[in-house]
Design a protein around this ligand. Structure first.
Ligand code: KG4
Ligand code: ZN
Length: 379
C-alpha cells in the first residue's frame, strides 16, 4: 500500500498474446475511466500462415513495435511521460515471452521516470473493461469469452472476483478458430465462421452441447470441436470425396456446419450463464447486471442469445464497445488506475506469470483438468 492517488492518469501496456496494445486512461472522480488513447498493433497477418498464434513470433513482434506505440499513445493522449501518475503492464497470465516484453518495458519506464508500477492481471483488465465505456457499478456477472479464456466471474469489487465457472478444456474462441480451420475458413476463424453461418441452417447438423443441463457453470468445448470435424468428414463423404478434407466441402456444407456450431455454442453459453445467474449474489435485483467481454462477444448470434437470457432473467445486458472487448491497453491502464486510486502498487521485482488465476481459491478446486491451450497457459 502507498498513499492513494485520487484521479490518476496511467499508461497501460498489454503484450500477453498477439496484440501489442498501449492505452492511456485518466480515472475521473466519478470512478469512470476516460480513455485518452488506445492503440492496438495486431499481429494477425504474422500468425495467419500458421493458422494460430506462434509464441516466439508474437514475442519478437512485441519487441519491434512496443516502444513506438508507447510514443504514439502518449502523443495522442496529449500527455508526456511527465503527465503520468503511474505505469501499468500486464504481468500475466499469457504467453510468457510476450508478457516479459511488456512488463520489462513498463518497469523501465517506471524506473526511469520515478513512477509507481502496477503489475496487472490480464483477466482483471477484462473484468473491469466495461467501466471504460460508462459507469458500471459493482457487483456484476461477467462472461469472458476470448481465444484464451472462457470464464464466468462474479465481479464484486476491485480485486474481488469469484469464479463461478471456467472451461475444462478449450476456450470458446479457440473452438471457433479450430472449427473454422476444419471448414477451410481463414484465420482468425471466429469472424469467418460467423460470416459463413449467415447462409447456413442451424438445425442441419445435430452437434453436441457439452455439459448442457448439468449442475454448475463450467464449460467444455473440445467435444463440440471434434464433432465439427466428424460432420465435415461426413459431408465430404456424402459428396463423393474420401472425407479427408475441407477442400471437398460445398459452400452450403460449410455454411450449415458453421450455423450448427454457432447454435450449439450459443445454447451452451446461455445454459451455463443461466446457472451462474442462480448465484446468491444475484438474488438482489439491484445486483442483476450482466457483462459479456472478450473477442467472441462480437458474435451477433451469441449476443442475441445472451440478451434474450438477460431479458428473461431480469438482468441488465451490458457489452463494452468492441474496441474494449478484445485485448487492449486501455483496460490495463484502467486496472492500474483503479489500483493506484486504492493505494495498491507493485515493486520493480514483480514476476511475469504464465498462470495467474484471478480467483486463487477457485483455481485450486474446480475445474480440475485445466491444461495449456493454444494461447498458452490458462488462468
Ligand atoms: O479477446 P480476443 O481479441 O483475444 C484473446 O483471445 O485474448 O479474442 C480473440 C478470439 C479469437 O478466437 C476470435 O476467433 C474470436 O475471439 N472472435 C470471434 C468473433 N470475433 C472474434 N468469435 C466468434 N465470432 C466473432 N464474430
Ligand atoms: Zn484477453
Amino acid at each position: 500500500m502507498t498513499a492513494p492517488i485520487p484521479t490518476p492518469t496511467v499508461l497501460g501496456i498489454e503484450t500477453s498474446c498477439d496484440e501489442t496494445a498501449v492505452g492511456v486512461v485518466r480515472l475521473g472522480a466519478d470512478g469512470r475511466g476516460e480513455v485518452l488513447a488506445s492503440l492496438v498493433a495486431s499481429q494477425v497477418a504474422a500468425h495467419a500462415p500458421f493458422g494460430g498464434v506462434v509464441p516466439e513470433i508474437a514475442a519478437r513482434a512485441h519487441v519491434e513495435v512496443l516502444d513506438g506505440l508507447v510514443r504514439r499513445a502518449l502523443d495522442e493522449a496529449g500527455v508526456g511521460f511527465g503527465g503520468l501518475d503511474g505505469v501499468a503492464a500486464t504481468a500475466g497470465p499469457g504467453l510468457i515471452g510476450g508478457v516479459m516484453v511488456g512488463l520489462m518495458a513498463g518497469k523501465a519506464i517506471a524506473l526511469a521516470r520515478g513512477l509507481p508500477l502496477v503489475a496487472v492481471n490480464h483477466l482483471e483488465g477484462h473484468a473491469l473493461s466495461p467501466r471504460l465505456a460508462g459507469p458500471v457499478p459493482f457487483p456484476y456477472l461477467l462472461l469472458l469469452v476470448s481465444g484464451g479464456h472462457s470464464q464466468l466471474l462474479a465481479v464484486e469489487g476491485l480485486g474481488r472476483y469469484r469464479r463461478l465457472g471456467s472451461t475444462i478444456d478449450d476456450a470458446l474462441g479457440e473452438a471457433f478458430d479450430k472449427s473454422a480451420k476444419v471448414l477451410g475458413l481463414p484465420y482468425p476463424g471466429g469472424p469467418a465462421l460467423e460470416a459463413a453461418a449467415r447462409t447456413g441452417r442451424a438445425d442441419a447438423w445435430p452437434l453436441p452441447r457439452p455439459l448442457l443441463g448439468r449442475p454448475g457453470a463450467d464449460f467444455s468445448f473440445a467435444g463440440l470441436k471434434t464433432a465439427v470435424l466428424r460432420a465435415a468428414e461426413a459431408a465430404a463423404a456424402a459428396r463423393g470425396g474420401d472425407g479427408s478434407g475441407a477442400g471437398e466441402l460445398a459452400a452450403q456444407d460449410v455454411a450449415d456446419i458453421a450455423a450448427s456450431f454457432q447454435a450449439a455454442a450459443a445454447d451452451v453459453l446461455a445454459d451455463r450463464t443461466g446457472h451462474a445467474m442462480d448465484d446468491a449474489l444475484f438474488t438482489d435485483p439491484a445486483h442483476r447486471r450482466f457483462v459479456v467481454a472478450g473477442g467472441v462477444a462480437a458474435n451477433l448470434t451469441i449476443r442475441a442469445r445472451l440478451e434474450a437470457l438477460c431479458a428473461a432473467r431480469g438482468f441488465a445486458f451490458l457489452a463494452p464497445p468492441l474496441a474494449y472487448c478484445g485485448d487492449n491497453g486501455a483496460m490495463i491502464a484502467l486496472a492500474g488506475a483503479e489500483r493506484l486510486a486504492a493505494g495498491l502498487v507493485d515493486s520493480l521485482d514483480a514476476p511475469a506469470r504464465p498462470r495467474w488465476p484471478l480467483d486463487a481459491a477457485a483455481a485450486t478446486t474446480a475445474p480440475a483438468t485445466l491444461k495449456p491451450g493454444r494461447k498458452g497457459a490458462r488462468a
